[in-house]
Design a protein around this ligand. Structure first.
Ligand code: ARG
Length: 478
């Protein structure tokens, strides 16, 4: 007896005597969002059916008929000719129904030795492997833009801050490069995630494996995976590869958000350090003078949702018993939105950095108008034998004295210095010029021009070759 008609002809309808409640159908359906996995689902099915045929699990003519059907579906998908239905719940059942409609009952053999549980895990591995690579590339172009700005601002001195209070001057190049290295570590995290994601789950079946003589290595090889899962329960139950990507994505967005916050500040009238290109700013509907950094603000704003997706899904996972649970369907929307957000934000961030104009005179004026060479005066006294703590107190008193008179460190005279300490010589005046202050920090990670030049050299090496070495032969044409 053939079931199925007890439940509107659902693929799993055999065991049911009643129709699914419409609200249940709507609540459980994932086709609205997992249609995005269609290409990967077809790729997985093509590899699976080829293996079934080679292993003699199904006949060669049947395998070939299914293969042709899948290729036809793929062509129709690419031409936008496939329509999916909510009644078929998810992308896997939609495609299976379309296959059977196309090739007849033989299409029903495709699901031999496979469950939607290992199928969806495979689809997600395929999807994320590609999108993580794409994201990595976009990250590289942001890093490239930062590198280009750094090359162009090796001679621009800006105030450096702690607590958003003037601290010590730094080269603007040094500032851009700080973000370069953050993104470089993010790229490393993505590559790490890719290494572990490179694992093929098929063969797990629903949870315990399969009674058929499958060869998962054939599937892995065809799809370009270099490993297969050792444990079927693990293969269908975990989504740590999704979490790892989302965690890397959250950090990328945190770094992007901090950079954007600086662009918002720097493009303000008060800072005036940079001007954003007109193409990457927007106006006000009321105030004609406005040029707003909305792109930077939105990237900063969108960092919240990406971090939120990580948190939401990690909470979903934490209480799940082995193996597959429907809760796992919640992996997708947050992941897709994470990918979309990153892939729209990163190119804009790169372009915004690349096209902004640095206001050099403003930078020059800024570093002349504060006390940020004070540490260097203290260091000067230390070199003359004064313990640092005492030197700190002497210079602190000098700054207090000057500020009470409304004078800056740039206005200080040799007499002022000598009054503060007789250890000061005339070379102290030279030591507090912004150029000297910057040049004095010549340790490897310091902001001196020579140190920054060698830092740039090291940074450049990370961007060549353009192809990060995580890319294997399966690397798609992106
Ligand atoms: N749509 C499901 C998901 O995304 C596919 C797997 C469903 N498996 C099941 N036994 N209901 O997780």
């Amino acid at each position: 007896m053939v079931g199925g008609d007890g439940n509107q002809g659902k693929l799993w309808g055999g065991r049911f005597a009643k129709h699914t409640d419409a609200a249940v159908e709507a609540f459980t359906a994932s086709i609205g969002f997992d249609r995005r996995l269609a290409e990967d689902d077809l790729a997985g099915s093509l590899a699976h059916v080829a293996m079934l045929g080679r292993q003699g699990i199904i006949g060669a003519p049947e395998a070939e008929a299914i293969r042709q059907g899948l290729l036809g579906l793929r062509e129709d998908l690419r031409q936008g000719r496939l329509t999916f239905s909510d009644g078929d719940e998810d992308i896997h059942m939609n495609l299976e129904r379309l296959l059977v409609e196309r090739v007849g009952p033989v299409g029903g053999m495709l699901h031999t030795a496979r469950s939607r549980n290992d199928q969806v895990a495979l689809d997600l591995h395929l999807y994320l492997r590609r999108e993580a690579c794409r994201t990595l590339r976009l990250l590289h172009s942001v890093m490239q833009a930062l590198l280009t700005q750094a090359e162009q601002t090796r001679d621009v001195i800006i105030p450096g801050y702690t607590h958003l209070q003037r601290a010590q001057p730094v080269l603007m190049a040094h500032h851009w490069l700080a973000y370069f290295w953050m993104f470089n570590r993010d790229a490393g995290r993505l590559r790490d995630a890719l290494v572990r994601m490179d694992c093929m789950p098929l063969g797990a079946g629903a949870l315990a494996g399969t009674t058929f003589p499958v060869d998962p290595w054939q599937v892995a090889e065809e799809l370009g995976f270099s490993a297969i899962y050792d444990n079927s329960l693990d293969a269908v139950a975990d989504r740590d590869f999704v979490v790892e990507f989302e965690a890397a994505a959250a950090l990328i967005m945190v770094h992007a958000s901090r950079l954007c916050e600086e662009l918002v500040l720097w493009s303000s009238h008060e800072f005036g350090l940079v001007e954003l290109d007109d193409a990457f700013a927007t106006g006000s509907s009321m105030m004609p003078q406005k040029k707003n950094p909305d792109v930077a603000e939105l990237i900063r704003g969108k960092s919240g949702r990406v971090a939120g997706h990580l948190l939401a899904f990690i909470m979903t996972l934490k209480g799940l018993p082995l193996a597959y649970n429907r809760d796992l369907q919640e992996d997708k929307e947050g992941l897709f939105d994470t990918v979309d957000t990153l892939q729209s934000a990163l190119p804009l961030l790169g372009d915004m950095v690349r096209t902004l104009t640095v206001r050099r005179e403003r930078a020059r004026a800024m570093v002349a108008e504060d006390y940020s060479a004070a540490t260097d005066l203290a260091d000067y006294l230390v070199r003359r034998g004064l313990p640092f703590r005492q030197a700190h107190a002497v210079v602190g008193a000098l700054v207090l004295h000057l500020s009470r008179q409304g004078r800056l460190l740039a206005d200080v005279t040799l007499d002022d210095l000598r009054e503060a300490s007789d250890l000061f010589g005339s070379d102290a005046l030279d030591a507090i010029r912004p150029e000297s202050v910057v040049a004095a920090r010549r340790n490897l990670s310091g902001t001196a021009p020579n140190s920054v030049a060698s830092q740039l050299e090291r940074a450049r090496r990370f961007l060549t070759p353009q192809k990060p070495n995580c890319y294997a032969e399966w690397e798609p044409d992106l």
